[in-house]
Design a protein around this ligand. Structure first.
Ligand SMILES: [Ca+2]
Ligand SMILES: [Ca+2]
Length: 166
């Protein structure tokens, strides 16, 4: 039995409404001042701090220094950073525990030596690597990363999980 045009319209409207509802449920709910991207929330902290202080600031915010593990996150982070200032920005990546073993703030290693995606200039930490243990998004490298001295004062970006994410 064929549906009338009114029935079809009503049916499709209810599908659309359901989809909108589902999308709203899947979208991350971020606190004021935090920007949603993917399944996380991100916030730029413009006051420059040393790496360890930036790290603990993010933890106190119930988050961590931003994990930049894909070009998509890199683009998003660079978009947050570009308009803000001429400074470089800390990200959640360092080799402070073991020299040349780079670890994200989520505990995963960056295996750049076997080709895992990364955004270091020339895909590699530079020649001052022994004194440079903390990764920054560098303005003059157009967002490429530099391994910097952790005592440098940089603004930084924290991430944290959403309350709700599909
Ligand atoms: Ca190093
Ligand atoms: Ca360096």
């Amino acid at each position: 039995q064929a549906l009338t045009p009114e029935q079809i319209l009503h049916y499709s409207e209810s599908i659309v409404a359901k989809n909108v509802e589902t999308r709203a449920e899947a979208a991350p709910v971020c606190q004021p001042g935090w920007r949603p991207f993917g399944c996380k929330c991100y916030k730029l902290f413009p006051s420059p701090l040393r790496y360890d202080t930036a790290w603990t600031t993010c933890v106190r915010e119930e988050g961590r220094l931003v994990v930049v593990d894909s070009p998509a996150v890199q683009d998003f982070v660079w978009g947050l950073v570009v308009p803000s200032s001429d400074q470089d920005f800390w990200i959640g990546l360092n080799d402070t525990t073991n020299e040349s073993i780079w670890r994200f703030s989520n505990g995963y290693n960056l295996n750049y030596f076997i080709g895992q995606w990364n955004n270091f200039k020339n895909n590699f930490p530079d020649k001052e690597y022994k004194t440079d243990d903390c990764a920054e998004v560098k303005k003059i490298y157009a967002g490429k990363w530099n391994d910097a001295n952790c005592n440098k004062f940089n603004p930084f970006i924290c991430e944290r999980g959403p309350r709700v994410c599909g």
